[in-house]
Design a protein around this ligand. Structure first.
Ligand code: ADP
Ligand code: MG
Length: 590
């Protein structure tokens, strides 16, 4: 008896639908993408209860005539490509001609559509893939698609749906992503009869961010872009002090499509390194335009992954673009009354810049040679960086810092400084840590070392001798020279110049401990992390009393730091508050 037979059309369609329609959110995505492809200027998305019983997408795009409307529900029916040659030059979001057929196969659909010059529109009722009704109707130019009872005829799949509130979250995510990549379209999103947001459609991405996420994020945005012949990068990011516990506020687009990609995430992390704590994530809106030649085209369009043929180049470009934005911004967080923060959240309008930058915002050149300039700056910095230990040239400092006034030190830890209508509070330890860190990192080949007067003997744990033997080169770069001394000990001959003897010994032991942990030591950033620890150990502590000259020195050094805003662990060095805020607290003004 033969066992193989061809599946009937209904079953084939249901199987195929499974690939396109996973949940209500995938339906919303397909419908909205169709509306975008139809050249719409206004798109409304409405859902009830996570979209399971009801979804409606309305647009004012080109619409369809009667014949096209019927064809649109056939599998592999599309107006977007004609032959296989067109596959290499796709400019629309859809092209497979599968979405409407798939959606209709697993739900009940009502479509109304009208082309501009027609008198009547067409109304179709489709259920489980079958057209039940076709009538004329009066309607505006454009298309509306209502989808009811998702998976009504595939109960097994319906069971896999999550709670309505969770499904609604997925829909919101989809709509959010589409809004961010289509600032020229006005989106209205209505959930359970409540308007969630309306975007203006004025073409500004910043405006979309404002409408979607509110004033706090919008006012913390920094922007930077990079352009080469076949690659364009545009990046909006939140200033480092506004950060989150996960990547949900990071949105990446490649040629207008939302993607998830490890290279892009890594580039963002690297750019924000030491600007945010390692377990925190800034908000990022990243837009890449890249010649399609450099992207793997074999990836399913409904999947979110993308592969670049030159990962390194993409990484470098994104990293440098964002880093540039950080370098050019005033990143001092401002202390505000809770009441004021709430007010800002609610209102939509121009941001009022309150805080004056204490560190001059670095100038932008228009010759496009941004990356070259970065290197030059670093070199200047090494030459000019005055040593914290010597305060002989303090007179010069006083003159150069004449527009600020050191008010004093609070709790022997926080330096308070006044400038115009703003005052700043600086954590002396974090500030010094940052200065030392940058100095050490700039000693690129090797941390400066000194010979010890009396040999320091370090006893090691069994097995450690092998580790220090293997990592001799790395330890050398960190400023350590040592010799074996018996079975389980080494004697330190040279140690980092900035550390006292006991600290030098302690750090050496700690480094060996961390080297033992293979996962940790194999990290590329091991050396930098150890340098951060070194800077922390050598920096003035909270509770250390600093002289006025030392405070000026700290400032002078901070002013030329590449990042004066955070310590190497990403914690703030400096915060600000305005006179106005203070006056509000004391109820002098409202
Ligand atoms: P694809 O988008 O891959 O072409 P779909 O099944 O999503 O396939 O849509 C089939 C066709 O129906 C599209 O090619 C388009 O011509 C037409 N269509 C679908 N939605 C709309 C809409 N909102 N406005 C105008 N035409 C539409
Ligand atoms: Mg489509």
């Amino acid at each position: 008896m033969n066992k193989i037979h061809l599946l009937d059309e209904k079953t084939v369609n249901k199987i195929a639908a499974g690939e396109v329609v996973e949940r209500p959110a995938s339906i919303v995505k397909e419908l909205v993408e169709n509306s975008i492809d139809a050249g719409s200027k206004n798109i409304t998305v409405e859902i009830l209860e996570g979209g399971i019983p009801y979804i409606k997408v309305t647009d004012d795009g080109c619409g369809m005539n009667e014949i096209d409307a019927v064809l649109a529900f056939e599998r592999h029916a599309t107006s977007k490509i004609k032959s296989d040659e067109d596959l290499f030059n796709i400019t629309t979001l859809g092209f497979r001609g599968e979405a409407l057929a798939s959606i209709a196969a697993v739900s009940k659909v009502v479509l109304q559509t009208k082309e501009e010059n027609e008198t009547f529109g067409t109304r179709l009722v489709v259920e489980g893939g079958k057209i039940l009704e076709k009538t004329r109707c009066g309607c505006q130019k454009g298309t509306s698609v209502e989808v009811k009872d998702v998976f009504f005829n595939t109960p097994a799949r319906r069971k896999f749906l999550k709670r309505p509130s969770t499904e609604a979250m997925y829909v919101t995510e989809v709509v959010t992503r589409l809004c961010l990549s289509n600032p020229g379209i006005s989106f209205k999103y209505v959930k359970d009869k409540k308007v969630q947001f309306i975007t203006s459609g004025n073409g500004s991405i910043e405006d979309v961010i404002l409408r979607l996420f509110g004033k706090e994020i919008h006012s913390a945005l920094i922007f930077s872009e990079f352009e080469a012949e076949d690659l364009k990068v545009k990046a909006f990011a939140t200033k480092n002090f506004l950060n989150y516990s996960n990547r949900n506020m990071q949105f990446f687009y490649v040629n207008g499509r939302y993607v998830k990609n490890k290279t892009l995430s890594a580039a963002v992390d690297e750019a924000f390194k030491t600007y945010v704590p390692s377990d925190r994530y800034p908000g990022v809106f990243l837009y890449l335009e890249i010649n399609p030649r450099f992207i793997d085209v074999n990836i399913h369009p409904s999947k979110l992954e993308v592969k670049f043929s030159d990962d390194r180049r993409i990484f470098e470009s994104v990293y440098r673009t964002i880093r540039e934005a950080l370098r050019e911004s005033n990143l001092i967080p401002e202390v505000k009354l809770e009441k004021d923060l709430k007010n800002e959240e609610g209102q939509i309008g121009e941001q009022v810049k309150l805080s004056l930058p204490l560190f001059e915002v670095k100038e932008k050149t228009d010759d496009g040679a941004i990356f070259v300039r970065e290197e030059v700056k670093t070199e200047e910095k090494i030459d000019k960086a005055p040593k914290h230990e010597s305060s002989s040239d303090s007179e010069r400092n006083v003159k150069r810092l004449s527009d600020i006034r050191i008010v004093g030190t609070l709790f022997s830890t926080y330096v308070i400084v006044e400038k115009g209508d703003v005052f700043y509070i600086i954590d002396q330890h974090a500030a010094h840590e940052r200065i030392l860190y940058e100095k050490l990192v700039s000693q690129y080949e090797r941390v400066q070392s000194r010979q010890v007067t009396f040999p320091i003997v370090v006893e090691l744990q069994p097995g450690d001798m092998e580790i220090v033997g293997q990592e001799r080169e790395l330890l050398y770069k960190l400023g350590y020279v040592f010799e074996e001394f018996g079975n389980n000990s080494v004697v330190l001959r040279e140690v980092p110049v900035i550390l006292g003897q006991p600290e030098a010994k302690k750090l050496f032991v700690e480094i060996v401990e961390r080297l033992r942990d293979k996962d940790f030591s194999s990290k590329v950033s091991f050396k930098e992390e150890e340098i951060a620890t070194m800077a922390c150990k050598a920096a003035v502590k909270a509770m250390d009393t600093l002289s006025e000259n030392e405070i000026y020195k700290l400032f002078e050094d901070l002013k030329i730091a590449e990042n004066p805003y955070t310590c190497p662990h990403g914690r703030p060095v400096i915060i600000s508050m305005t006179k106005t805020q203070l006056e509000k607290m004391f109820k002098r003004i409202k």
